[in-house]
Design a protein around this ligand. Structure first.
Ligand code: DHB
Ligand code: FE
Length: 284
């Protein structure tokens, strides 16, 4: 049987990828950002997942205004890193566990979650930066240490799905994974956030108090947190802070009770508050 072993929440910022790709992670601006992932990289090596189910958002790379799926599940054999304007990132192609992805698609759709199925898709910084910070530098000719099933969530074009919808989807993903017969350790990543606004008058907004409350409640009262309306994210965490609804998919897929084994929070990284949490399932 496949099982979900742990959840990871982690921000994505394009400049973090650039810092790793250009070898400047030891510079004073970047060192504190990356120091907070040292524990996580050791933890990944110890836990060795077979598959990561990676919840992320596309930034008008694979999708644009012509097609806006709320939930798009990657079913292709592999996903190339996209060219976001400066050439594709020098990281390996992302390889899927196609059979598990197909099983999850079937289980979710029959469970009344109307997924879009992606049989071709390039992936942007929303997916590759979380992999990079958690695994460290991996050369493009090498392989990522595990297979990855991407789930792209629309948080760019209003309306994004609610936190509650994301939380319920997490529960359905867990049911799908636990009904797959192969013996697999699966981790689930919820990515994006934390507080940041890239546009107009409040560009540069950061709210550490809100972010800390979010991280605390993710462990302690995830159901209440998942019911927070969009307007609270926009007001408190900025227009791009709404990316945080994706963390509820991760939390919904875990046990009611989880153990927080690591947390990291740092400002600034580009325009964004970088937040990171590792939650392990407590045995029932
Ligand atoms: C930044 C953050 C994002 O979430 C993103 O998608 C692009 C840029 C930033 O902080 O610069
Ligand atoms: Fe983003």
């Amino acid at each position: 049987m496949a099982r979900i072993t742990a959840g990871v929440g982690v921000s994505h910022v394009p400049a973090i990828g650039v810092a790793m790709d250009t070898g400047i992670t030891d510079q004073p601006y970047w060192k504190p950002v990356f120091d907070g992932f040292q524990y996580s990289r050791e933890w990944m090596k110890e836990k060795k997942p077979d598959v990561i189910f990676l919840v992320y958002n596309d930034h008008c790379t694979a999708f644009d205004a012509s097609c806006i799926p709320t939930f798009a599940l990657g079913a292709a054999a592999e996903f190339q890193p996209a060219d976001e304007g400066w050439g594709p990132r020098p990281v390996p192609v992302v390889k899927n566990h196609q059979k598990l992805a197909s099983h999850i698609a079937q289980s979710l759709i029959l469970d009344e979650f109307d997924m879009t199925i992606m049989n071709e898709m390039e992936v942007d910084h929303g997916l590759t930066v979380p992999l990079s910070v958690m695994f460290g530098e991996v050369a493009p000719e090498d392989e990522w240490p595990c297979l990855v099933i991407p789930l792209a969530v629309n948080v760019v074009q209003y309306p994004a799905p609610t936190g509650n919808r994301c939380f319920q989807l997490g529960k359905a993903i867990r049911k799908a994974i636990e009904s797959y017969p192969e013996d697999l350790d699966v981790m689930i990543f919820g990515t994006g956030g934390m507080s940041h606004q890239l546009q107009y008058k409040r560009a540069g907004l950061i709210n550490a108090e809100f972010d800390t409350m979010f991280l605390d409640m993710l462990t302690e009262d995830p159901v209440k947190l998942s019911k927070m309306p969009h307007v609270d994210y926009l007001r408190e965490a900025g227009s791009e802070g709404v990316e945080m609804v994706m963390w509820h998919v991760m939390r919904g897929a875990l046990n009611d009770e989880v153990k927080e084994v690591h947390r990291h929070y740092h400002v600034p990284a580009s325009n964004t508050a970088v937040g990171h949490i590792i939650l392990e399932n407590v045995a029932a």
